[in-house]
Write a new protein. Structure first.
Length: 148
């Protein structure tokens, strides 16, 4: 993590060991993920009840998502990543399915009709997303194996 982030979380003159730092970052990452889920739920509720999405809510959702992904990527440990390399294909399939369902659900909740063209566009987009995720995971796995 950056020095600014460490100073913000732990303070200026506090000595901590690596285990404590890892635990704090794990709790911080879990908290931001829960905040993201709550914010997403609030936006979906606002869309269902009031039939609109506020810009501030959508912007806060994106900011929280970026922060949580940043923390998760900074916490990634090589051993943990190598232990989960067997699940690469199933995780890619799950990510593709979630991508398709979220974009189809958002189209439905925004009041637009779901037709065949929308489903084809969402399917192609989710397949492209899944392919990119799979290739990125494969590249990261090769990079980590080459470092060892």
């Amino acid at each position: 993590m950056s020095n600014l982030m460490k100073m913000f979380i732990f303070g200026k003159n506090i000595e901590i060991d690596e285990r404590e730092e890892k635990t704090v970052y794990e709790l911080f990452a879990n908290t931001t993920i829960f905040t993201f889920i709550i914010c997403l739920g609030a936006i979906i509720y606002d869309l269902i009840v009031h039939k609109n999405i506020t810009e501030v809510g959508f912007l806060s959702l994106i900011i929280i998502l970026i922060i949580s992904y940043y923390i998760f990527f900074m916490m990634r440990i090589k051993k943990v990543y190598l232990n989960h390399k067997e699940n690469k294909l199933s995780n890619t399939f799950l990510a593709t399915l979630i991508f398709f369902s979220v974009f189809t659900l958002l189209t439905y909740l925004s009041g637009e009709k779901i037709d065949t063209l929308t489903i084809i566009i969402n399917s192609v987009g989710s397949l492209i997303f899944g392919g990119c995720i799979y290739s990125l995971n494969k590249y990261n796995q090769k990079k980590i194996e080459n470092e060892e």
